[in-house]
Design a protein around this ligand. Structure first.
Ligand code: DP6
Length: 343
């Protein structure tokens, strides 16, 4: 007998960035953050979990290659899910599946986008893993606390639409959870465009990068004072569908995050020359129209994520094609993925 469950989880792109932990073990951040979860079919992870009494040990395959199951963060997620399943079973609520608790599991996870290119693959991956394991055990309810222990940003992918990760204050992390601000249907005109500058692995991963930033960057400490106000303003902008304010805050926060990287010692560079050309292009484009029509944000990599509204997508894609002709950039040309509507 074998039980199989398959789920998918989408990527989320932060507009107020998470960078820095106050507790590395539990993955507790030094500031709250906010993101937009993309449409399910666009950039996503798909995970299948199989449970069987015939399995001798837990195993995992990522994009077809077997990986070490003893990875500490993976173990945290497995342990926490099993702990929750035991708790639910003994308290008798939910339809927690007793059988699967005693079985070893095989996990198979694939992404439909380049891994570790600063495209938040770990976010979708861990969100998907935790959700699929929960389904296997018949668990429901708040799971972002567990996803967070796989990868911080993963907790935000547990919800659709506009999501905040509240930093929390408790030592045990029980109040460091994700919360939906508005559902995916809230702002139908909002579109996301990914400009793939490079699909290569980033030189410094986010975990190591933020560890060095916490140790060395004074600007990061200052950021903890700034973010609470920004979070409030961003939530207001989203609720009012105020694209101007949403855009200004998003670009400023991306820039401040990359300034923090430069303030880290030794410095970390995620933006490439092409990234910087995109930043300039967006500002020139917006100032031409005297309003914010397109917005950029960059995570721990050179790829640009563009937020815009439906009515400006085609026009901006033409502009990008004009300034970054495929011939000129060779392999490096910007590939505008099909527009990813949020809803
Ligand atoms: C720049 O969630 O990948 O994308 O918690 O160490 O796994 P760990 O880091 P991770 O960091 C994401 C950083 C970011 C900003 C963000 O998504 O908020």
């Amino acid at each position: 007998e074998m039980k199989l469950v398959t789920c998918t989880a989408p990527v989320n792109i932060a507009v107020i960035k998470y960078w820095g932990k106050r507790n590395e073990e539990l993955i507790l951040p030094i500031n709250s953050s906010l993101s937009v979860t993309l449409h399910q079919d666009q950039l996503k992870s798909t995970t299948t979990v199989a449970a069987s009494r015939d399995f001798k040990e837990d195993r995992i395959w990522l994009n077809g290659k077997e990986e070490n199951i003893n990875h500490p963060r993976l173990q945290s997620c497995l342990r926490e899910i099993r702990r929750l399943a035991r708790k639910r079973r003994s308290s008798g609520d939910g339809n927690s599946n007793t059988l699967t608790l005693h079985h070893k599991i095989h996990i198979c996870s694939v992404n439909n986008f380049p891994t570790a290119a600063g495209l938040a693959s770990s976010a979708a991956g861990y969100a998907c893993l935790v959700y699929t394991l929960a389904k296997l055990h018949g668990l429901e309810g708040e799971l972002s606390e567990i996803a967070r222990q796989g990868s911080g940003s993963a907790c935000r992918s547990m919800y659709g639409g506009f999501v905040q990760w509240i930093m929390g204050v408790k030592e045990d992390g029980s109040d460091s959870i994700a919360q939906q601000i508005e559902p995916e249907t809230h702002w139908p005109e909002l579109c996301v465009l990914i400009l793939v500058v490079s699909a290569e692995q980033k030189p410094v991963g986010s975990t190591a990068g933020m560890r060095t930033s916490v140790k060395t960057s004074p600007l990061l400490k200052y950021r903890t004072e700034i973010v609470p106000k920004r979070m409030k303003e961003m939530i207001e902008a989203i609720k009012r569908q105020d694209f101007e304010l949403f855009g200004q805050l998003t670009m400023k926060d991306s820039n401040q995050f990359h300034a923090t990287c430069l303030d880290t010692f030794p410095p970390i560079f995620y933006l490439s020359d092409i990234s910087k050309r995109i930043i300039n292009l967006v500002h020139r484009y917006n100032s031409h129209f005297g309003e914010t029509r397109v917005v950029y944000t960059f995570d721990a990599g050179p790829n640009a994520v563009i937020y815009t509204r439906k009515q400006h997508v085609d026009e901006f894609v033409e502009v990008v094609k004009h300034y970054f002709p495929p011939e000129e950039n060779g392999e490096q040309f910007l590939k505008g993925l099909p527009v990813n509507p949020v809803s």
